[in-house]
Every structure is written in C-alpha cells, then in structure tokens.
Design a protein around this ligand. Structure first.
Ligand code: NIG
Ligand code: FE
Length: 394
C-alpha cells in the first residue's frame, strides 16, 4: 500500500467535530494511504511514509465540493453579459441560445469544454464537481450530454426540464411527457440526480412535481433550481419531495425558510434539505444576493456552489464564491469555507468528502497562506498551491 505524509501543516481544517465549526487543528500532519486519510496527529509524531510533502506551515483544507455546475454546452454569451452590464435584465431566455449551439456541436467539442472547465476548477481547489445536462433538451442531446458528463464526474444530474425548447413552445405538456418518458429513459443510465428549473418562464410547480416524481421512480435523487428570479413554490416543493438540495434560494418567504428548517436531521445537526446558494449568479446578473444569515440563523444547512454556466454565472472558482459569500452575504469566513466543503458534500448526500478525518477520501488542498481566512481576505488571488485528489497530487 502506498502512503503519503503531508507534514508541517500550520492550520488544518477538518470539518470534524471540534470546538469550532471547522474543526481546526494546528501543527499537525496527515497520513494518506491509497485514496483515504489514514491518520491525523501532531507533526512531531508523524509516522514514516513512502512519500512526504512538507507544506511549510501552510493551511490545508478539504477540497472544495462544487455541487451545482452546468458544464456541457457550446459557445458563450459574453455579448449577453455585456448587454446586462449596460442595463438589460436577466430572464433566463438566453438558455435557448446555448441550446442551439450545444445541439450543433460535436461530441468532441462538448467533451473538450467539460474537460477545460473541470481542469480550471481543479486548479482552483475543486475536487468534486456536480455536472448537469440541460442544454440539449432532446432525447439524443440530453443523453449524450450526460454520457459526456459521466466521463468526468460521478455526480451527474439530468436537467431535461431546464426550459421548454422552442419546438415545444406552444405545447409544454407534450414536452413534460417527453422528459418523463423517452428522455428520462435515455438519460437515467448516466445520471444520479434529477433537477428542474422551477420558475416563472420555465416550469411551474405541477410540471416540476410530475417530472421529479418520474425521476424518483427510477431511482434518481432530487435537486431543484428554486426561487432564483422571484418568489414561488419551488423551495416548498423540494422539501415536500425530500430533495437533497434546493438551489439559488434568492427570494424566500418565511414559509420557505420554515419548511427548510423543518427538515432537521435526526442527528441534530443541520437539515436534510440543503439550501445551496450560488452568489456567482447574483454577481453576473447584478441581482440582490440571497439572505444567507436568515437561513443560517434558522438552522438550515447552507452550501455554496459556482453554478458555472455560460449565461448567469461563468465562473468555476469556489474561492471567488467564498469571497462573495463573506463580503456580500454576511457569512463568516468559517461559515463560507464550511459551506464550500462540508456543505457541498451534504448537498450531494456524501459523507466521504468535504471532511478530513480518518477514513475520509484524501481530497485536500494546500493554500499559499497560513489560514483559511485568506480565501476571503485575499480575493482574486491564486491561493491554491497544491491539490491532492483521491490521494494523488495533481
Ligand atoms: O442556474 N437558472 C437556470 N439555469 C442556470 C442559468 C442557465 C443560463 O442562463 O444559461 C442557472 O442560473
Ligand atoms: Fe444552475
């Protein structure tokens, strides 16, 4: 068995049970055996290992878990962004532009984009990245989007219900039938999750419920784009269906927050349905940010993710999202780092990632800084010095 000692860690974020929410330990070493964390202890007692990395007092964290990204697409929408920054509103209508470009692209072109963005994210510390379909919107194009996504991630999500494509514009019921029938059948072998954009202009609550129920019936877990552009029933639908995560949560009523808080974990820690906040989308659409404090104060588990997509949030950077969450959403640096690691893991119902405790997957990042605080304190600076994924230095 091959072993790797990461030695001379000044500050280790474990997200394990400890005095503070991040379970911070100081002056420690981490022993990795194969793809798992095998031991954590004082650097002075570090065991011998086949390989050793001396990080020189740097901070080490669990790799980021980006639980919401749309990477399978072609083209970009820079002109739409430019128009928005000159005053145009974001409506989601541009999704159809990307659908046209995606359908016209070759498998290899789509694959190259997924790999480029996944590589970009990895260099910024993301060791797990969920990938959605949703720019194909035909049986063949959704199936190939997920097939390509599954080459890169085991966390794949079928988003055939992103918008109603143009050819079904006057018969949305028929499109819902297509999504629940042949499209789901073709997509499900490559998908772990099902998602719906439940929003005015996309899918209403009855269509969303029907589609998500079809996905659940074939074993897919539920997640949802909800309450992004305005108030609505999406978050409560997610709670009703036992969703792992409701994403965006920008426009919430008291009833929405209460419903989320009501999904309290039996272990007494946080909620079963996670609120995943995507501040890159508010940044790029120049919209008000979600009220993270209200959710946290109600005891709701919060995750942070990039929403990486060519329309509303073309960033693959979790450090950028952490900095936004701290500065614009009044999260503490500790809350934001937790949400970008353990929070994302909970949003994917994973307990092997997002933590650095013995037995966890050896996904970790070494910062070019002595503390996790620097992720928000030094925004825009490339602070990820090294990434280790599945025990392997990248
Ligand atoms: O999460 N809200 C729906 N879907 C994406 C936007 C997709 C696009 O504009 O292309 C989102 O923001
Ligand atoms: Fe999204």
């Amino acid at each position: 068995m091959s072993s790797l000692l990461i030695d001379n860690i000044g500050e280790l974020v474990t997200n394990g049970i400890g005095a503070d929410p991040l379970g911070v330990r100081r002056k420690v070493a981490v022993l990795v055996e194969e793809d798992r964390v095998a031991w954590i202890g004082p650097a002075a007692y570090a065991p011998a290992a086949d390989h050793r990395i001396d990080v020189g007092g740097a901070a080490v964290l669990p790799g980021f878990v980006d639980s919401h990204a749309h990477l399978v697409f072609a083209g970009d929408r820079a002109a739409e962004f430019g128009a928005r920054m000159a005053g145009e509103p974001y409506t989601g209508g541009g999704i159809r532009t990307t659908v046209g470009a995606t359908r016209a692209a070759s498998d290899d072109a789509l694959r190259a984009t997924v790999r480029r963005l996944r590589g970009e994210a990895l260099r910024q510390g993301t060791t797990t990245m969920e990938i959605k379909s949703g720019y194909g919107l035909s049986v063949a194009d959704e199936a190939r989007s997920l097939r390509i996504a599954a080459e890169t991630s085991s966390e794949t999500t079928f988003l055939g219900a992103h918008v109603v494509p143009t050819e079904y514009a006057d018969r949305p019921d028929d499109y819902v039938g297509l999504v629940c029938g042949p499209m789901l059948a073709a997509a499900a072998p490559y998908a772990k999750w099902i998602d719906v954009f439940c929003e005015r202009g996309a899918f209403d609550v009855d269509h969303a419920r029907a589609i998500l129920a079809c996905g659940q019936a074939v074993g897919l877990g539920v997640r949802l784009h909800a309450n992004q552009l305005g108030p609505g029933p999406g978050v409560r639908l997610g709670v009703e269906l036992g969703a792992a995560s409701v994403d965006h949560c920008t426009h919430l009523s008291d009833a929405d927050v209460d419903a989320l808080a009501g999904t309290a974990h039996s272990d007494g820690f946080g909620t079963r349905t996670v609120a995943t906040l995507l501040p890159g989308a508010e940044f790029s659409t120049r919209s008000p940010y979600p009220d993270a404090r209200r959710l946290l104060d109600a005891g709701v588990t919060v995750a942070l993710a990039t929403d990486c997509n060519p329309g509303s949030s073309y960033t693959s950077s979790m450090p950028f999202c952490i900095a936004l969450a701290v500065r614009e959403m009044r999260m503490t640096p500790a809350e934001a780092v937790w949400a970008a690691t353990a929070g994302g893991a909970r949003a994917l119902r994973r307990d092997d990632i997002g933590v650095l405790t013995p037995g966890a997957r050896a996904d970790l990042i070494v910062l070019d800084a002595p503390s996790y605080l620097h992720l928000a304190y030094r925004p825009g600076v490339p602070l990820i010095r090294q990434v280790i994924r599945n025990g392997v230095p990248q």
